[in-house]
Design a protein around this ligand. Structure first.
Ligand code: AMP
Length: 392
């Protein structure tokens, strides 16, 4: 049994809390604060218990440089409004200044550190850096499910020096996702879309033996369309992906899973909402056109396939849903998932945004705060940030 926050003595203790405040931001303004709000149960609990709370997070990918647009200062300010109390901010995450700020904390105070990834040592899980982070506190809490699949100093290395427990958000994620891994109700479907084809191809392969139906959409689907010998025009595609797609078709046969890929598509003559568009069967995609959404026949096929499912996992949009003209596929899947009686798990920023936009988010059994992390968990992998938690 892993240690969880409620099993930890925290009163009067200095607690290092790894949160995931990597929120969408435009011109310094937070456009969606879900991730910050998701950490509130842990933060409020610690404040009430009289802990001295240190919050640490990454933001974007500054790759070891101090990029001002990736500062966590706006998140500290926003959190202060949400909890209705001051949140101190220090412009680094290790060093003398930080130590002084920690020393000044009184029970119930909150201090937010600057972006952990301003130091490359964070993503490299550097032991010296992890030790410096650990030296700030008595105990650590991991409440950053979204990065728990990464071998980072603040989620893994730190636990070599001080005890680390799961926060309420991490605990909730583990409980909800475990239900789908340990006792999945069948039949089970996975819907995988989006643009990070190379990343997600291994996910498809690992999920195939676990699911009855695998539904493919988004940029990912182009590799499968091409593997069938169809032209894909100027659609998103990387060399070599059709060979992988061919292998996956074979793997699906061996696993006895039904693999569904688009039969028609919304194609456009430019990557723009103002582009000319038409609907074509995948056999008829012409040069100069690109696939930006699944077509109406595919939508119907996917919605029908989902109807009898008892467990549905969804990660990644079916098309370029940010542009209205290419959002129908993603919206149809969002609606089908939300209206299903199955246990439904949605992860990945874009799929979650599509569900939120549909107004049906409360119909989803579990909306995960981690895209990549939730997929790796569902694949059955042991996430390093969970493995590193202390035993209860
Ligand atoms: P991911 O981060 O892998 O979940 O990918 C999400 C992105 O995939 C979104 O920004 C979509 O616009 C994009 N996307 C979905 N379908 C396509 C497509 N057919 N072509 C290009 N990009 C796509």
């Amino acid at each position: 049994m892993k240690l969880t926050i409620d099993g930890l003595q925290v009163d009067n203790k200095t607690v290092f809390v790894r949160v995931d405040f990597n929120v969408p931001m435009k011109d310094g303004v937070i456009t969606d604060d879900t991730r910050i709000r998701s950490a509130l149960p842990t933060i409020n609990y610690l404040i009430e218990k009289g802990a001295k709370v240190i919050l640490a997070s990454h933001f974007g990918r500054p790759k070891g440089e101090r990029k001002p647009e990736m500062s966590l200062a706006p998140c500290a300010k926003h959190l202060s409004e949400l909890i209705n109390k001051p949140v101190a901010f220090v412009d680094d995450c290790i060093g003398h200044k930080v130590e002084e700020a920690v020393k000044a904390l009184q029970p119930g105070d909150v201090l937010m550190l600057e972006n952990l990834r301003y130091h490359n040592e964070e993503t490299k899980n550097d032991p010296e850096f992890a030790k410096q982070l650990a030296s700030l506190a008595d105990v650590a809490i991991n409440d950053a499910f979204g990065v728990s699949h990464r071998n980072a100093a603040s989620v893994v290395g730190i636990a070599d020096y001080i005890p680390m427990a799961a926060g309420f958000l991490l605990k909730k994620e583990i409980e909800a996702l475990s239900a789908a891994v340990v006792h999945p109700k069948t039949p089970m479907a996975a819907i995988i879309g989006g643009a990070k084809v190379t990343d997600k191809i291994s996910v498809i392969s690992n999920l195939l033996p676990k699911v009855d139906v695998m539904i493919i959409g988004g940029g990912m689907a182009n590799a499968f369309i091409k593997a069938q010998g169809c032209n894909i025009g100027s659609s998103l595609f990387e060399e070599g992906q059709e060979a992988i797609a061919t292998d996956l078709v074979m793997e699906a046969r061996v696993a006895g899973a039904k693999l569904l890929t688009p039969i028609d598509a919304v194609v456009a003559d430019a990557f723009s909402n103002d582009a000319n568009t038409k609907i074509v069967d995948v056999e008829n995609i012409e040069d100069g056109w690109m696939v930006l959404d699944i077509g109406p026949k595919t939508r119907e096929l996917y919605v029908e396939a989902l109807a009898p499912m008892k467990t549905i996992i969804w990660n990644g949009p079916m098309g370029v849903f940010e542009m209205e003209n290419f959002a129908a596929g993603t919206n149809a899947v969002a609606k089908a998932v939300a209206e299903s009686d199955a246990m439904t798990i949605v992860g990945g920023g874009d799929s979650v945004a599509a569900i939120e936009k549909s107004g049906l988010a409360d119909k989803i059994s579990h909306i995960s705060t981690g895209g990549g992390a939730s997929l790796e968990f569902l694949e059955g992998k042991i996430l390093p940030g969970i493995a590193a938690l202390s035993e209860a």
